[in-house]
Every structure is written in C-alpha cells, then in structure tokens.
Write a protein that binds this ligand. Structure first.
Ligand SMILES: *Cc1c(COP(=O)(O)O)cnc(C)c1O
Length: 414
C-alpha cells in the first residue's frame, strides 16, 4: 500500500489513444505501441483541467516541468522522479539578430536541464510512470542524451537500466551513462540497429522498452517544453519554432501542448509554425515533407555530426509531418558545414554555446530568412536541446611562456 500525499494534485488522464486508428487503451496499465504498431498518445479530461486550475494557480508554483501537474500523467506525487528540472531560459541573440536584420531571436536553452539535455524532460516523466506502474527494468537505444537521462532517473528510482549506443556515440555520453548507473554497451551499428537489440532482448531480459515513442509518456515530458514556452511568454506563443528533429518527440509533444492549451482556451489566435530541422546527411522527414508523403522512408547511410538528429527512421514520422503541415510550418535540412559554422559563430558573437543540433536550428533559421520562408519580424524560437559542453570542441592551442618577455602585439593576432 502506498500512503497518499496530503498535497496530491488531481489528475485528468482518461485513456491512451492510437492517433492512426483512434483505438482506445486503458490508462494506468503498462502499454507500449498500439495494436496498429503506432505510438500511443495520452488523452485528458481537458474540461476537468480547465475547471480545476488557473494560470494564476500555476504562477504561484515553483517553475519547471512539474508546475503543470494537471496536464501530466503521473497520479501520485510520491512517484515523481526528479533531479531538479527548472524552467529553461529564453536567451536572446541580440548581436546576431542585428547582423541578420531580424527583430529578435530567442533560444530556448534546454542544455540547462539535469543530464545536460532536454531528454531529461521525457525521461523524468517516463521513469516516474515506470515507477508508478511498478516496472523494474528498462532498456533503450540511444545516440547519447536519452541514455544519459534514462540512466540518471533510473538510478534515482532504483530501476535497473540497459542502454545501447552506436559505437561512434560521443565518448562523454557513454561515460556519463555508465557513471549514472546504467548497464551500457556500444554497438557497431546505428540507433535503429540498437533498437533491434532492445526489441529482441525483451523476453530473455524482461525489460520494458522505453525507446522514443514506444511508450506513451516521454511525449508528455517533452510536452512541457510547449507548456513552459507559452507560460514564459505570458500565455502567448512565438510565430515560428525551429526544432532539431530526430525521433520528433519534442515537436510532437509541443504541438500536443499547444492544441491542449487552445482547447481549454488558454491560447487564442494562431499557433506557432513548427519547423522540423534535419541534417542533409540524415533527412528522412524533410524528404517526406518535400514529396508530400504521410510517412518517411528509411534514410540509408545516415551521417551527421549532430548525432541527436541522426535518426534514419522515426516511428512517429506521420505525427511529425502532421504537426509540421497542420501548423503551416515546413521541414528543412542543413549541411554539417553549416552546422559547424553556426556552432562557432553563435558563441563567438552572442556568448551562447550550442550543441550541434541547436546550431542546426540557427543555420536553418538563417537560411529560411534568406529564402523568405520566415520574415525578419517573425518572433522565432530556436531550440538548443543539449549543453554545448557535452560535445567535442575545436582545440585551443596557443600558450605563453611566463618566464620570457611577452610580445603583446601578438596576443591580438588571430
Ligand atoms: C534527442 C535529441 C534531439 C532530437 O530530439 P527528438 O525530440 O527525439 O526529435 C535533438 N538534439 C539533441 C541534443 C538530442 O539529444
């Protein structure tokens, strides 16, 4: 028996739903994909939410993802597995905006979250739900950040975790996963090959698969990016959101947040145009968008320095494409050269270190502005999803001999 918390907040989950067929599944039981093999979405009694909480109530709570409890699936406060997910700031890029002739560029810097990436939102939620549903062993394939978050939240919950990464995953990620207590392996393949190991090991290992979108709750965690963004802007939304899209959880989750907020009347007027940013080395969603397709085909020989968006096939492809199209957004791919250039330019100009995926959104914004896909007056939000310090940086090799006279002139040379 669990004791009940005196500060328990009412929750409003009614059921889980297959977005492809509308088939309903029971909440509060362990669920993976729908019977059609699609990701399940959590549905709420939105009228109930609207009747039970106000914007003012929320403003009186601590900031961060758990502020939005009524919009989230965890029933019991004691099941929340948290490492201090404070709200992430919206950082302006004033010097770059001036250079580019844009009114304002906002970066939502998700690198400030526990484990250094926005994967903390999804995994804090998924592990909390795993705890609520008494799961004891979880597994996932990862390009790094999701595995780090799973490891950290899993350890904190006393849940056993197994993580499989492509063998070229950045070293720091693999070590971080190991230090945070997961069983971690490097695999000589891509993330989808790692995913096959997780699928194949289910019976022998008895683990639950927390791969992107293969359980219903990571989306709800990422949904808090949309809730938080609207909250930060005074329950307004930006005109355009540039999102580095791998499995697409964040894009799908934010769009779900905006629809739910509109449904309860907290957002009125146009919703943001959602832009899916990928790399030219792995752009299945961009290709499908360009072809007018509803689903994306596997991208062969995927390669990009932005490992978080190196996802050759996404099970939520149709949901990403739907959000992009329904919002009047678009999908765009940038090259690794453009990503690397942005990764150098943004911190050197405005002091904000970006992860490669975040840099991709800057490069995509710059190109979209040049191509007239967005206007300089549009209020845009770029997502920097990971802390730049987690990624390899170019070497800085100049040194001085303090016992010798210094040639001051030479210090300012490039
Ligand atoms: C996972 C990840 C992404 C992609 O996020 P999705 O919501 O899965 O599309 C982008 N950037 C970074 C740094 C990531 O870790």
């Amino acid at each position: 028996m669990r004791h009940s918390d005196p500060y328990e907040i009412p929750t409003f989950v009614t059921h889980l739903e297959c977005p492809a067929t509308g088939e309903r599944f029971e909440a509060d039981t362990v669920q993976g994909l729908s019977s059609a093999g699609k990701p399940l979405l959590v549905r709420y009694d939105l009228d109930g939410i609207a009747a039970s909480v106000t914007k003012t109530d929320l403003a009186g709570r601590p900031d961060g993802m758990w502020r939005y409890r009524e919009f989230l699936p965890v029933r019991r406060t004691e099941d929340i597995v948290s490492l201090g997910e404070s709200a992430t700031p919206l950082v302006t890029l004033p010097r770059l905006a001036a250079e580019m002739g844009a009114d304002e560029i906002l970066v939502k810097d998700e690198g400030r979250l526990p484990t250094g990436s926005f994967k903390a939102r999804g995994l804090s939620m998924a592990v909390s739900m795993a705890k609520e549903l008494d799961l004891t062993r979880l597994a996932m394939p990862t390009n790094g950040n999701a595995g780090a978050a799973l490891a950290a939240y899993g350890s904190r919950a006393g849940i056993d975790t197994y993580v499989f990464c492509p063998d070229d995953t950045p070293e720091v990620n693999v070590r971080e996963i190991a230090m945070q207590g997961a069983h971690v392996w490097r695999v000589n393949g891509l993330i989808n090959d790692c995913g096959k190991i997780v699928g194949a090991g289910k019976e022998a290992m008895g683990w639950f698969d927390v791969s992107t979108l293969k359980e219903p709750y990571r989306i709800e965690g990422k949904k808090t990016m949309g809730l938080e963004l609207a909250d930060q802007l005074g329950w307004q939304v930006p005109d355009v959101i540039f999102y580095p899209t791998g499995g697409g959880t964040g894009l799908i989750g934010m769009w779900k947040a905006f629809l739910e907020l509109r449904e309860i009347g907290w957002l009125t007027g146009p919703l943001p145009r959602m832009v899916a940013v990928q790399s030219t080395g792995c752009a299945p969603i961009v290709r499908a968008y360009d072809e007018g397709a509803d689903h994306a085909d596997l991208w062969e020989n995927a390669f990009t320095i932005a490992s978080g968006i190196r996802v050759p096939v996404a099970i939520g492809d149709f949901l990403i494409l739907e959000a992009v199209r329904d919002s009047g957004g678009f999908a765009i791919a940038v090259s690794d050269e453009e990503i690397a250039a942005a990764q150098e330019r943004v911190p050197a100009t405005d002091g904000l270190l970006l992860c490669p995926e975040g840099a991709a959104t800057f490069a995509a914004y710059e190109r979209s502005l040049a191509d007239g896909l967005v206007s300089p007056e549009d209020r845009v939000v770029l997502f920097n999803c990971g802390n730049g310090l987690k990624y390899p940086m170019p070497p800085a090799e100049r040194s001085l001999d303090h016992t010798q006279p210094i040639d001051w002139e030479s210090l300012s040379e490039e």
